[in-house]
Design a protein around this ligand. Sequence first.
Ligand code: XMP
Ligand code: MG
Length: 179
Amino acid sequence: MQQDVERVLISEAEIKAKIAELGAQISADFAGKDLVVVGILKGAALFCSDLFRAITIPAELDFMRISSYGAATKSTGVHRVLLDLDYTLEGRHVLIVEDIVDTGLTIKFLKDYLSQRGPASLKVAALLDKPSRRKVPVTVDYRGFEVPDFFVVGMGLDFREKYRNLREICILKPEIYES
Ligand code: XMP
Ligand code: MG
């Protein structure tokens, strides 16, 4: 797997430190509140698990899975909910956890979708942010790292379902993307 990596953008140590920082910030911001952490499968599964362990206040953990149609490495903004939360969010504080915010269409969809269930607040945490690719304005309340416009893998992010288990955020060799 490592031999397919062209460049490491963010190291494991940097990721660890950032997640600890975000966890402390979230714990302070939601202290005394009824917090539901919602990880978006599959990409955010690894980041969400680590972030959830870094949160030191009582909180609930859940997952959603959505699909977007279109080319493998592009987001089209057409979404379908494959796995939903099956309880009310009325009056609760919801934190959506995503791997990366790219065009912003996925987060916009999720915020519109979940806000219909009357949460007290709806915030977003994302390990990575590619603001240069934004198509719709979205606020990332808890952001790990800003990345340039490269297709990145690792820490849950995949290329054709592989490389999610890389511990760093990496760019793959061009021949891998072209294959
Ligand atoms: P949008 O465009 O809706 O995209 O903000 C969010 C989703 O697009 C995928 N995505 C990537 N996946 N490396 C990946 O492995 C990338 O560089 C990348 N950029 C976007 C990802 O599934 C994310 O949830
Ligand atoms: Mg994803």
